[in-house]
Design a binder for this molecule. Structure first.
Ligand code: ZN
Length: 468
């Protein structure tokens, strides 16, 4: 599918009569199309141009879905970068492809490729960056359509990644192209990145690029991440996350004489019981002032991600034959989400105190606690320039004031914020959050159009301000 050629510039200015779908638009005036006049066109021109680009937007979304960039293991990234290079180059973008050599997950078999596209306006100004991840999660069960066909039906585009977040990537590309064509004399620059591995932590994607200086306040001033948060919501940030591993230790013995051993799984049972009795009720009472959605995520949470002890799982070589042993090791992986009002050190200390308490009251209880990964909570200020610009754009496009929200889970903003020191960053994009990672995932075409219009208007606010 990567052989699909990018549409010519003409396709972005096509007459709306050619547009498929049920929406009927006003007649499109060709004199607006693709012509640099030297003065800024009225705001409605960009809106019209985006409306008229519906077919191109839908086709682009389908083309992106047809590249199955599944993560794990992280396939098709090079093909995706080549496609985006071929797509954006004809519109005057300068392209850099960056492999995250040596980053977590990068290997010769599964190289971690990212693409950076930059368009420079003819005048000095700020840089607005749209960052989308190109990877998608596993397909899973329960699909009624082909997840990689890019099916268009009833005003929706279906497929794995349609909503999270190839629809958002496509919308930002169309918004940027239409903005550049409408305002060729704009001040500043527009960047679009397609980065990998967000679904597995972003180490070979945004984290790597931020470490190499691609995201820093000197070269990028505003960042919009078109994750599927609904078209009338602005996501200011996310809660924190602390992944850790708890291992309980026992003593191996024959399973027919468990009294001669010490069962690590039973010790882990005491940990689970302490979670139920003490920790979870305490976390439930800890509420945040962050506008986290859904409401249930306004508190601290812990998920027991996995527990394993004793005889191997089938994937690890379990043969179906009994092996009469008392387990001497049990391992639990926990996923603790914390609030901006909490401190990472306190989160870890609370867990350690709980385990120490068990140890003091339970014979032979021994454990290890290891951190696997953490991300600090982040929340962009409501009066930050990118928030103000997108707020005004939503009001003008949709006629409603946006809801400010915070994501229960993290996304690449964590790296842009911490490594890149770029705090003027939000997530805003088409698609319904609840559909992400689900079977029969889709993105609404009208949602994509409207959010592209919002992005286009935000570009106008941020890059047409210079008066000279
Ligand atoms: Zn996503």
């Amino acid at each position: 599918m990567s052989g699909d050629r990018p549409k010519s510039e003409a396709s972005i200015t096509q007459n709306s009569e050619q547009v498929s779908g049920k929406m009927v638009y006003g007649s499109h005036r060709d004199e607006h199309a693709g012509r640099a006049t030297g003065s800024c066109a009225p705001l409605s021109t960009l809106d019209e141009r985006i409306l008229a680009a519906e077919q191109q937007l839908v086709e682009l979304t389908c083309q992106l879905i047809r590249m199955p960039t599944l993560n794990p293991p992280g396939v098709g990234y090079a093909q995706m970068c080549d496609f985006l290079e071929q797509y954006l180059k004809p519109y005057g973008f300068e392209i850099k492809k960056v492999r995250a050599t040596g980053a977590l997950g990068d290997s010769d078999k599964y190289p971690r490729w990212n693409v950076m596209a930059r368009h420079e306006g003819p005048r000095q100004g700020e840089c607005v960056h749209f960052n989308s991840h190109t990877d998608v999660v596993s397909v899973g069960e329960g699909w009624t359509v082909d997840p990689f066909a890019g099916l268009v039906r009833d005003g929706r585009v279906y497929g794995r990644g349609a909503c999270d977040m190839k629809g958002g990537l496509a919308a930002s590309i169309i918004a940027a192209i239409c903005f550049i064509q409408t305002h060729p004399h704009y001040a500043g620059s527009v960047e679009i990145s397609g980065t990998c591995d967000e679904e597995s932590g972003g180490f070979g994607g945004v984290a790597y690029l931020a470490e190499k200086g691609w995201f820093n306040p000197e070269r990028v001033q505003h960042v919009i991440i078109p994750e599927p948060l609904n078209k009338d919501r602005i996501c200011l940030g996310h809660r924190g996350v602390w992944w850790a591993e708890i291992e309980t230790k026992g003593h191996i013995a024959h399973g027919s004489m468990p009294f001669l051993g010490d069962c690590a799984v039973r010790h882990m049972g005491a940990v689970v019981q302490a979670f139920e009795d003490t920790l979870i009720p305490r976390l439930n009472d800890r509420l945040t002032d962050m506008p986290v959605v859904p409401d249930g995520a306004r508190q601290s949470t812990i998920n027991i991600n996995s527990i394993h002890g004793g005889q191997d799982e089938p994937e690890q070589g379990y043969t179906g034959l009994p092996s009469a042993l008392v387990p001497d090791r049990c391992r639990m992986v926990i996923d603790r989400r914390f609030l901006i009002e909490e401190d990472l050190q306190e989160v870890e200390a609370e867990m350690r105190a709980l385990l120490e308490q068990i140890k003091s009251g339970r014979e032979k209880f021994d454990y290890e606690l290891r951190e696997l990964f953490h991300a600090i909570p982040t929340m962009t200020a409501e009066d930050a320039p990118v928030v103000t610009a997108v707020t005004q754009a939503i009001q003008a496009t949709l006629g409603v004031s946006p809801e400010y929200v915070v994501s229960p889970g993290t996304y690449d903003q964590k790296h842009i914020d911490r490594i890149g020191r770029l705090h003027n960053c939000i997530a805003y994009g088409p698609g319904i959050l609840d559909l992400a990672h689900q079977p029969d995932e889709y993105v609404g075409i009208q949602d994509m159009i409207e959010s592209a219009q919002v992005m286009g208007r935000a570009l106008q606010t941020l890059l047409l301000r210079t008066t000279d």
